[in-house]
Design a binder for this molecule. Structure first.
Ligand code: ATP
Length: 287
């Protein structure tokens, strides 16, 4: 095999709780992660040596700053027996710095893809531990689906797939830096009273999902202070027949869940804010 094509799906958070600050300076997280059909496309091609990244998006770094590059670096460090290099092409479809794990999913896909391309042994447990050094969403992005992530994001428990749900995703053009949101969150010194466990217990029950529970994203307040457009987007969603509306990750993406694709498409077609990225997607199971 000389080259390989991969899909790198985005994620949304159905809930995000910050339990506290760890001794290592990271936040202790509890997140419900869900993969969606919006995806980057990646091509890996063997080359004689080194790592080269090319992308369809002019704003993306192509050097060590690119998370896909970092994943490839980890792979080659760990597999000295592989004497070749790789060219990575990223077709960017997921909005950047939007709270949908765009960079993380590219990194996870590249790590998985390189194992396939060079036929090295795949051990997800080890890969997760290595990849969490790149970012807290990367371990989840290896397999996707519906999952409960805790710790820094490396402890994963698969949950029953919530089923094929239709969503409208809206991303204001304002880019949000995830570290900036966490920093403001710390400064706001929030004491979160969370009912995360009730949400988690409900999602473990395959029979019936109760969308009326108090799903929360603890980063909401900080993200809304940084980007006021989040509230404007939520206000527009309020007047639609959404079953559920939520900010994803550190924002500014907001998504709403609808009972049918038709309804979601109607909302998207009439979206009044012209500079937003608006798309209809569906939830997807493990890949
Ligand atoms: P998360 O939801 O995991 O917090 P995000 O979706 O908010 O992440 P990304 O799209 O991953 O954010 O981008 C965050 C930063 O990472 C940007 O500043 C971007 O330049 C950089 N970056 C590095 N590599 C990539 C990549 N392959 N795709 C997107 N962004 C990347």
């Amino acid at each position: 095999m000389r080259e390989l094509y991969l899909k790198a799906p985005a994620k949304i958070n159905l809930a995000l709780h910050i339990k506290g600050l760890r001794e290592d300076g990271f936040h202790e997280l509890q997140m419900i992660m869900q993969s969606i059909s919006l995806a980057d496309r990646i091509k890996l091609k063997k080359k004689s040596g080194g790592i080269v990244v090319k992308t369809s998006h002019v704003e993306l770094p192509t050097d060590e700053e690119n998370l896909a590059y970092q994943a490839a670096e980890i792979f080659f460090e760990e597999h000295k027996e592989v004497k070749q290099g790789v060219e990575i092409y990223i077709e960017k479809n997921i909005p950047i710095a939007a709270g949908m794990a765009g960079g993380s999913t590219d990194a996870a896909a590249v790590m998985k893809g390189l194992h396939q391309l060079f036929e090295t042994e795949t051990d997800y447990e080890t890969m997760r531990k290595r990849l969490v050094t790149i970012g807290s969403d990367v371990p989840f992005c290896l397999e996707g689906g519906t999952a409960y992530a805790s710790g820094k994001g490396e402890i994963l428990e698969s949950l029953p797939f919530i089923g094929e749900k239709h969503l409208v995703i809206v991303t204001p053009s304002f880019k949000i830096s995830t570290p900036k949101v966490y920093k403001l969150y710390d400064q706001l010194n929030n004491k979160n009273s969370s009912n995360f466990n009730a949400v988690l217990d409900n999602l473990k029950n395959e029979e019936k999902i109760n969308w009326n529970l108090d799903y929360k994203n603890d980063l909401k307040e900080a993200a809304e202070k940084i980007c006021s457009e989040i509230r404007e987007v939520k206000d527009i969603f309020k007047n639609t027949k959404a079953q559920f509306t939520m900010i994803s990750g550190s924002g500014p993406t907001v998504f709403s869940l609808y009972s049918s694709r038709k309804q979601a498409e109607k909302v998207a077609a009439k979206w009044p804010r012209k500079n937003d990225f608006v798309t209809v997607v569906k939830t997807i199971d493990k890949y």
